[in-house]
Design a protein around this ligand. Structure first.
Ligand SMILES: Nc1ncnc2c1ncn2[C@@H]1O[C@H](COP(=O)(O)OP(=O)(O)OP(=O)(O)O)[C@@H](O)[C@H]1O
Length: 266
């Protein structure tokens, strides 16, 4: 699906600006208001996490940012600085890889769409597969490897095109707890090395604190931005140190209390 055009260009230093966005879906004879009056700016090079209760509209907001969904009201402004790179790429939760293509060809496919030659695309694909510890599996088919490996293929495919904006919708949610920790650490390492602008949807407060520069906490449906929290941990971040720090525990409590208010309104 090709992206819808943005409504305008974001100002310098801002990769994407969401301005007073609402989204209403038709549902049966009525409608569902998924998003209401969302305003949010994602700065160049920032890792922004979207956190919120189930059904609050996180996926809808990400799809609107990816220009896969048109807002019912409000506008989306984007800033495409480098025409040699795609503006955005999306990683979904459900290992959205092509089962009929080898792991290498999954990563090569979007590179060829950018006009890259086959030999170069193969080199770039193998580089990113190695970065995600998939070296040796280039010729395997996705259905012959584990869920965690398939998700690493999807992440390698998105990173390989070096998008200016990487949109990730709960990319680690389907993984078991240990694998999730390992992949969080991998993402942290890759982001610290490359600093794409990232919007990352998650249900996990710990994940948001480990990865994010800021955390936008959404309210229960219709989704609004309830609060935006600055994550104070310096980079490069070392996961074990961060998780053990008193600031981590304090922020986790603060965010949890905020989320609990959304889950159990007075
Ligand atoms: N295409 C659609 N048609 C009708 N309703 C929709 C559609 N997409 C989402 N919704 C509704 O909009 C609301 C927000 O859904 P969305 O998937 O964005 O929430 P979410 O926060 O990502 O949820 P979760 O955390 O459970 O993944 C829900 O009530 C959902 O049922």
């Amino acid at each position: 699906m090709s992206p819808l055009p943005a409504d305008g260009a974001a100002e310098a230093g801002v990769k994407i600006a969401v301005r007073k966005v609402g989204k209403v879906f038709p549902a049966g004879t009525g409608s569902v208001q998924a998003l209401a009056d969302i305003s949010l700016e994602v700065r160049d090079g920032e890792f922004l996490c979207l956190l919120g209760p189930s059904g609050c509209g996180k996926t809808t907001l990400l799809r609107v940012m990816a220009q896969l969904e048109r807002p019912s009201s409000g506008v989306i402004e984007m800033r495409h600085d480098d025409p040699s790179r795609p503006l955005s790429a999306v990683v979904f939760q459900d290992y959205s890889v092509f089962p009929w293509k080898t792991i290498r060809d999954n990563v090569i496919f979007p590179l060829l769409q950018t006009g890259m030659r086959k030999a170069e695309a193969r080199r770039v694909a193998d580089h990113w597969l190695a970065q995600l510890d998939l070296g040796g599996f280039e010729r395997a088919y996705p259905d012959t490897v584990s869920g965690g490996m398939k998700q690493r293929v999807a992440i390698a495919r998105a990173l390989a095109v070096q998008p200016e904006l990487l949109l990730m919708d709960e990319p680690l949610a389907a993984l078991d707890a240990q694998l999730r920790l390992l992949l969080q650490e991998k993402l942290l390492e890759l982001w610290q090395a490359h600093q794409n602008t990232v919007v990352f949807v998650t249900h996990s407060i710990d994940e948001a604190l480990l990865l994010g520069d800021r955390i936008a906490v959404m309210s229960a449906r219709p989704g609004r931005i309830a609060t935006v929290i600055d994550v104070p941990f310096a980079r490069p971040r070392h996961p074990d140190e961060i998780r053990a720090s008193p600031d981590f525990a304090a922020l986790r409590d603060e965010i949890w209390h905020r989320l609990r208010r959304e889950l159990q309104p007075a």
